[in-house]
Design a protein around this ligand. Structure first.
Ligand SMILES: [Zn+2]
Length: 404
C-alpha cells in the first residue's frame, strides 16, 4: 500500500508544528502514524499545498554566468513559429481575440486605428497582450494630439517599462512602430497589412515584453510601440517632447527587416554620428558574432537615414540606431552587395508570405532582442521552482502510489 520512506521523517517537525498531539514523550519518529490521524492528514495536505504554491512563485537567484546565460535562455524561449504568429495576427492573415471577441486586423493605418474602426484594432490587441505579461504599473498609454489640415486627433503609443536593478536611472529602449500604410495602390483604411513594415519590428517588441518579464536588468528597459510613424514619425516625436530623454543611453529602433530576396542575410544598421550610437551598433555586431546569427551588415554613420523613429531621438541628442533590411543603395565598403528593396513596400502585398524571409528576419529579431538585453546588463535570472516541481511531484506520487 504505502511505501515506507524517510521523507515524512524529515517533514515531521513541520507536521508536528500543526498538530497538538501527541503529548510529550510520545513516539513521533516515523511517518506512519499520520495516516491514522485525520488532523495529521490535513497537515500533510496543507504542506503539499504550500509546496505547490511555492512552486508557482518566481524565485530570484543570482545568475552565475551573467549575460551569456540570460541571452541563451532568452533565445531558448522563443522560436520562428512563435515570432511569425504575431505577424500573422497583426497583418490580418489570421484572426485575433480581443476582449473575448474574434476580429481580424486588416489595417494598422493610424487614421483607422484611432477612429474606432473594427478592422483596425491593433492598439487594443497589443495592449491586451502586454497586460497579460507585466504589471499594470509597468504599462503607460501615451496619448498625443495629431493635427492635420482639418482636424485634431488623439493617437497613442504604448510604453512598457522594466525598472533596472542597480542603474535604474539609465534607460535602454527597444522601439518599433505598429502603424502601417499603403500608398500608390489600395485603400489604407481597408487593407494595409504591413507584415514586414513593421510587423517584423512589432513581433519582436511583443516577444521582448513577453520574454523580458522573466529576467532582470541593471538598467531600466523600455519597450515602446509607436503609432503615427508612417505619417511623419508622429508617435516618437511626441514621445521625446513629453518624456525625459536625458536618461536614455541607447535606442534600438526596429523597422522593416524581413525582406531578403537573395538570402544573403545582409541588413543595414543606421547608427549615425552621435557619440554613443556607434557602440549600440557594435553591440549588435557582437551579439551577431557571439550567438552565431550569421548576419552581415552595412554599418552606416554619415550615410545613415533619418526615415524612422530613431531620428526623433537623434534630434534630442540621444544615441539610437535603426535596424532595417538592405533597403538603401549606400555603396558601403565591405557591406551588402547592391540593394534589395522589397517590391511590396507600402503596398497591399506586404504579407508574411510575400515579403518576409523568415530565416533571415527571425535572426535579425534575435539580434535586436540580444542587443537590448546586452546593453541593459542582464544580471539575474528569475527562476521558477516550476522546473523542479515535476520531478518532485513524480517522486511524491511514487510515494503514495508505489509500483507493485
Ligand atoms: Zn516602417
Amino acid at each position: 500500500m504505502i511505501d515506507k520512506r524517510p521523507f515524512f521523517g524529515y517533514a515531521s517537525p513541520i507536521i508536528g508544528f500543526f498538530n497538538s498531539e501527541p503529548a510529550q514523550g510520545v513516539e513521533r519518529r516515523t511517518c506512519m502514524p499520520i495516516f491514522r490521524h485525520p488532523r495529521r492528514l490535513v497537515c500533510v495536505f496543507l504542506l503539499l499545498l504550500s509546496v505547490q504554491l511555492a512552486c508557482n512563485l518566481p524565485v530570484q537567484s543570482v545568475n552565475p554566468t551573467g549575460e551569456t546565460a540570460v541571452i541563451d535562455d532568452l533565445y531558448s524561449r522563443t522560436s520562428p513559429e512563435q515570432w511569425a504568429s504575431w505577424i500573422r495576427k497583426l497583418s490580418g492573415a489570421e484572426p485575433v481575440q480581443i476582449g473575448g471577441e474574434t476580429t481580424t486586423i486588416t489595417t494598422r493605418y493610424s487614421y483607422a486605428m484611432f477612429t474606432g474602426q473594427d478592422n483596425a484594432r491593433a492598439f487594443d490587441f497589443i495592449l491586451e497582450q502586454v497586460q497579460g505579461w507585466v504589471r499594470p504599473d509597468q504599462i503607460e498609454i501615451d496619448p498625443y494630439p495629431y493635427t492635420d489640415a482639418e482636424h485634431t486627433y488623439t493617437w497613442k503609443n504604448i510604453i512598457v517599462t522594466f525598472p533596472g536593478t542597480t542603474h535604474a536611472d539609465e534607460v535602454v529602449i527597444l522601439s518599433a512602430h505598429f502603424d502601417s500604410i499603403v500608398v500608390r495602390e489600395g485603400d489604407a483604411l481597408q487593407a494595409a497589412p504591413g507584415a514586414n513594415d513593421n510587423g517584423t519590428g512589432v513581433a519582436t517588441a511583443l516577444e521582448a515584453v513577453r520574454l523580458f518579464s522573466s529576467y532582470q536588468f541593471e538598467r531600466t528597459v523600455k519597450v515602446i510601440f509607436f503609432s503615427g510613424e508612417e505619417l511623419g514619425l508622429q508617435g516618437s516625436r511626441a514621445y521625446v517632447e513629453d518624456h525625459p530623454t536625458g536618461n536614455i543611453v541607447a535606442v534600438v529602433n526596429l523597422d522593416m527587416f524581413g525582406y531578403d530576396s537573395n538570402g544573403d542575410r545582409c541588413i543595414e544598421l543606421h547608427v549615425g554620428t552621435l557619440p554613443g550610437s556607434e557602440s549600440i551598433g557594435e553591440a549588435f555586431l557582437q551579439v551577431n558574432q557571439e550567438y552565431g546569427l550569421n548576419l552581415s551588415f552595412d554599418f552606416l554613420t554619415t550615410q545613415a537615414t533619418d526615415r524612422s523613429d530613431h531620428a526623433s531621438f537623434w534630434a534630442k541628442g540621444v544615441p539610437a540606431i535603426l535596424v532595417i533590411e538592405n533597403f538603401f543603395d549606400d555603396q558601403q565598403p565591405g557591406g551588402c552587395q547592391g540593394v534589395d528593396p522589397n517590391p511590396n513596400y507600402h503596398r497591399p502585398g506586404d504579407t508574411l508570405d510575400n515579403n518576409v524571409n523568415l530565416s533571415t528576419a527571425y535572426d535579425v529579431a534575435r539580434g535586436g532582442l540580444g542587443t537590448v538585453a546586452r546593453l541593459a546588463g542582464p544580471v539575474r535570472v528569475e527562476r521558477s521552482l516550476q522546473d523542479t516541481w515535476g520531478p518532485l511531484r513524480e517522486w511524491l506520487s511514487g510515494l503514495f502510489n508505489p509500483q507493485p
